[in-house]
Design a protein around this ligand. Sequence first.
Ligand code: 13P
Length: 257
Amino acid sequence: MARDKKLIVANWKMNFTVQEASLFIHKLSSEVKSHRDVEVVLAPTMLALQSLSLQVDRRQFKLASQNLYWRDHGAFTGEVSATQLRGIVDYAIIGHSERRHVFKENDKEIRNKVQAAVRNGIKPILCVGETARDRSEGETLDVIHDQLVGGLANVTSEELEDVVVAYEPVWAIGTGKNAAPLDAKKAASAIRRQVAHLYGKAAADNLRILYGGSVTADSALSYLKTEGIDGLLVGGASLSVPSFAAIAESAHKLEDE
Ligand code: 13P
C-alpha cells in the first residue's frame, strides 16, 4: 500500500541553475541513504529535469516537475506538457499556491493538469490550502473542500491511487509560521473525509497526504509522527544540503522505529 512509505518532496521553486542543481544532488546523494520505506523526490527547475534524470539513481531520488501544461502538444508557446515530461519525472506538483495566486490558475486548469499527469503516467501532487484571510474567516475546510472537488473532478477511483494531496496553508508558505501539527492533522482528516465521500473509504485510507509550509529540520519529525500525514513538501529548508538531508533522515528514523 502506497501509505507504507513516507514521501519527502523538495520544491526548489525558481532557485538553482542547472549546474547548481546537479552539484546539490551530487552532495545530497552521499548524505541521504536509500530506504525501502522512504521516497525522496526533488523538484528542480524544469530546465534541469532532463540532465538530472540521467544523473540520479531512482532508487535514491525521484524527480518531480513543479508544473506542467495540460495539453499534450500543440501551439502553446512556452509551455511544457506531461507528454514531454513522461519518463523524465515520476511526480508533478500541481496547483501550488504560487501557481494559483501569482499565475491565477483556477480549479479548471488544475483539474486538467491533474488529468494530464495521470494520463501520462505521472503522479500528481495536488496542492490545496487556505489563505490567511480564509483562515480568519473560519473557511479553511470549505476552501480545502472546493479545491479538492475542483482538482479531482474527472479522476477515476483507479487513477486516484496515483494521486497525492499536499496540504499547504498559504499563510505558512515561506513565512516561518508553520501550521501546528494538530491543525495539519485536522486538515488531513478533512481531506480524507472528503475523498471517502467521493471515492469510498478504502480509497481515502490509501491516499497519501503531505504537509507543506515552513517545514524545517527541527519540525519535520513532529509532522511525520502526526496521524494522517504521510510526508512533507519542503520549500526553503530544501535549499540546503544539511537541512534537507536532516529532514529525509527524520523519515528514515521514524520508519526504523
Ligand atoms: P516553505 O517550506 O519555504 O514554506 O515552502 C513550502 C512550499 O511552498 C513547498 O511547496
